[in-house]
Design a protein around this ligand. Structure first.
Ligand code: PMP
Length: 451
């Protein structure tokens, strides 16, 4: 009966639910997930899969946490929702907690998604410049291959053409430069030289565009969804210097990298920088409820503090920072601290990286790289030319992993074939056995796909 039931759900799903980009064909129904615990998802037919993508890089503390369900229940009974015109204890405590984690002084603006948080960052940056007499500064620079969200501004900041070109015109004033992609750097160039060159190109862009027109730069500490591109330390430090030199705000998108994923509380902590604005979502609640944050340096906030009505930040968001989501976020962070999940991400990530290093000798593996519990395996047809692996080859490996009970991701740019990076980003709460399972399945599947 479960089987029949699944068939009927599949059919109703196909009839009524509009999924995102997954192509439909006769055999390819989306999995109907019905339960999840720890790192494991069970589908409607009782098959179990280890979710080595944490949903969409989200479920840092793992699935099925009763503590989070309880806190949501208690808060909903007490007061599920208030409008943004009221404040509430969970929101106040959470803002304080995030500042503790940042080890710095930021003002915390709440909304519901990563895209929202980035839109808020753009609006705040533009208004900030206006209120400081620099109203010509309206442009943002981001990097090709980066993903910053699906709404018109966040999509404009996104540097993946295939996600954008059918939806134009998007918000105007968004420019792009190439990110460092160390694996594909020119032969004979050191990583440091190459990263400095890329930073130099960013500075050139600012100058050629007229620096008085640039409001901000938005970037992730490392490009995640664009294919796990980890910059050298010098790049990020140099970008910070360039921003300062030209009066440009540095916006760091921590939507994926935040909350322990990279083995530190926030990804930018690897690079010893102080961003002007930081956006967060996903791991903030481990995906249990929608919530996001735009954290703005306190001294920038000064220009919004005037009693003049005209200097207020005009942005209302009905669900933003609702008490239930904030209470869940606080509990989520408490779990991360009690279970030392940020340190655990570093430990698990190191082990995974060490074990998967051996894949480098596989005929189609060009590169293996990662930071914390976030790994990318770049597949190529030819190790000399670095031609990206075919969609068939990549699809086969992902499909074989799934057949063996392991869900992994595929990322990269979606043009020019660079969608060839397999990604692993499991819950930070994964057990040693979970890790062993991931390693065993990945090694087995690669072995079976050597030709
Ligand atoms: N920034 C980054 C780095 C992301 O990966 C994402 C989502 N994958 C977003 C922003 C947008 O977040 P959301 O889907 O919650 O709008």
């Amino acid at each position: 009966t479960v089987k029949n039931d699944t068939q009927s759900l599949n059919e109703k799903d196909r009839e009524n639910v509009w999924h995102h980009i997954s192509p439909y064909n006769e055999k390819n129904y989306p999995m109907i997930a019905s339960e999840a615990k720890g790192s494991w998802i069970t589908d409607h037919q009782g098959n179990k899969y280890l979710d080595a993508m944490s949903g969409l890089w989200c479920v840092n503390v793992g699935y099925g946490r009763e503590e989070l369900a309880r806190v949501a229940y208690e808060q909903m009974k007490k007061m599920a929702y208030t409008s943004m015109t009221q404040s509430h204890e969970p929101g106040i405590k959470l803002a304080e907690k995030i500042n503790d984690m940042l080890d710095d002084d930021y003002m915390i603006f709440y909304s519901n998604s990563g895209s929202d948080a980035n839109e808020v960052a753009f609006k705040i940056a533009r208004q900030y410049h206006q209120q400081n007499g620099e109203s010509s500064r309206y442009k943002f620079i981001s990097r090709y291959r980066a993903y910053h969200g699906g709404s018109m501004g966040a999509l404009a900041a996104t540097g993946q053409a295939l996600r954008k070109y059918k939806y134009e015109p998007l918000s105007s004033g968004f420019l792009h430069v190439a990110p460092p992609d160390n694996y594909r750097r020119p032969a004979g160039m050191s990583v440091e030289q190459y990263n400095l060159q890329r930073a130099g190109e960013l500075e050139d862009k600012i100058i050629w565009e007229q620096k008085e027109t640039i409001a901000g730069i938005i970037m992730e500490p490392l490009i995640t969804g664009g294919g796990v591109l980890i910059p050298d330390q010098v790049y990020v430090k140099e970008v910070e210097k360039i921003c300062k030199r030209h009066g440009v705000l540095l916006i760091i998108d921590e939507v994926i990298c935040g909350f322990g994923r990279t083995g530190k509380a926030f990804g930018h902590k690897h690079f010893d920088i102080k961003p002007d604005i930081i956006t967060m979502a996903k791991g903030l609640t481990s995906g249990y409820l929608p919530l996001s944050v735009t954290a703005v340096r306190k001294d920038l906030y000064e220009s919004f503090k005037s009693s003049e009505d005209n200097s207020h930040f005009r942005h209302v968001n009905t669900f933003g920072g609702n008490p239930t989501a904030c209470a869940v976020a606080l509990k989520n962070i408490e779990i991360m601290e009690q279970e030392n999940l940020t340190d655990r991400a570093a430990v698990l990530g190191n082990r995974l990286q060490q074990e998967l290093e051996e894949l480098r000798s596989h005929p189609y593996v060009g590169d293996v790289r990662g930071l914390g519990f976030l790994m990318g395996i770049e597949l190529v047809e030819d190790k000399n030319t670095k031609e990206p692996a075919s969609a068939e080859r990549i699809g086969k490996i992902i499909g074989d992993c799934k057949t063996n009970g392991l869900i992994i991701g595929k990322n990269g740019d979606t043009v020019a074939g660079y969608n060839n990076i397999l990604t692993l980003s499991p819950p930070l709460s994964s057990t040693d056995d979970d890790l062993g399972f991931i390693i065993d399945v990945v090694k087995k599947v690669f072995k079976e796909n050597e030709v």
